[in-house]
Design a protein around this ligand. Structure first.
Ligand SMILES: [Cu+2]
Length: 268
């Protein structure tokens, strides 16, 4: 049976329309999947605090270990250009601190995928600005905590947070204002800077669960009362970036983990 030319034209139009729809849907899918890695990486950074629930942890395990850096590292020196009588003449760049035996200070190790476990208590925690430096350089605390910002220097500081999930704050702290307080509700990794002293920078690691630990001078960390099962353990460092791995914790078990970064990481 032969088709009329009109039917041919109609079929061609339908075919072209279908092809267009197919192409545009495919494009949409491509775009949304291209966006996925970024948002997944972001949520994995600290997770979602509203998803976390307290539960009894029976015979919980412990995860402990070290964060190490392979290779030589010597921090740069920052020269102080303002308020030198209080701030000093120079500073060692605090962004990456590696011990003589290659251990990394100020990395944050946390369980990225945990939604149930020991109670998460908001804290009242102090960020000091003594000698025009943030102490500690990386301050970690659970979402909902209050940070008391101290200014013992007797000069003006201006703390400025570059947050996206939380409302950013930008607070002048003149010499007579010894303390300011801010409450931070949502999990996020936030850089803070001083608008008066350009070298001053620090980090607020707002955790989504109580399972986080900042590495000490020897690169050590410890997470206690971890529920049994498999978890995603992650480490974040401002210069070195992130690493994650799966780890199984058994009843009353102690699991040792070593993370190792090397030169060639982010910003090095
Ligand atoms: Cu300052």
């Amino acid at each position: 049976m032969t088709q009329k030319p009109q039917t041919y034209r109609f079929n061609t139009v339908i075919l072209l329309l279908s092809l267009f729809l197919f192409w545009s849907c495919g494009k949409e899918q491509e775009e949304s999947s291209a966006e996925k890695p970024a948002s997944t990486a972001e949520s994995a950074a600290t997770g979602d605090a509203t998803a976390y629930r307290a539960a009894t942890v029976k015979n919980g395990g412990t995860i402990f270990g070290k964060v190490a850096f392979k290779g030589k590292w010597s921090p740069s020196t920052i020269s102080v250009t303002k308020d030198r009588e209080v701030c000093g003449k120079s500073k060692k760049n605090p962004a990456l601190v590696v011990s003589e035996s290659g251990e990394v200070k100020n990395a944050v190790v946390y369980i990225a995928d945990i939604q149930k476990g020991k109670t998460m208590e908001p804290q009242e925690i102090t960020l000091d600005q003594k000698n025009c430096e943030y102490h500690p350089h990386v301050l970690a605390f659970p979402a909902g905590s209050t940070v008391e910002i101290k200014n013992p220097d007797g000069i003006l500081h201006n703390i400025h947070s570059y947050s996206e999930k939380n409302d950013p704050f930008n607070l002048a702290q003149p010499k007579f204002k010894k303390t300011l307080t801010v409450t931070i509700e949502k999990p996020e990794i936030i850089i803070v800077k001083c608008d008066v002293h350009s070298w001053m920078s620090g980090w607020l690691f707002v955790a989504a669960s109580p399972y986080f630990s900042v590495t000490d001078n020897e690169g050590g960390f410890k997470l206690a009362d971890v529920p049994l099962g498999e978890h995603v353990l992650e480490v974040w460092h401002e210069k070195l970036g992130k690493q994650s791995r799966k780890i199984k914790v058994g009843s009353n078990e102690t699991a040792e983990v070593k993370f190792e970064f090397s030169k060639g990481g982010k910003g090095l």
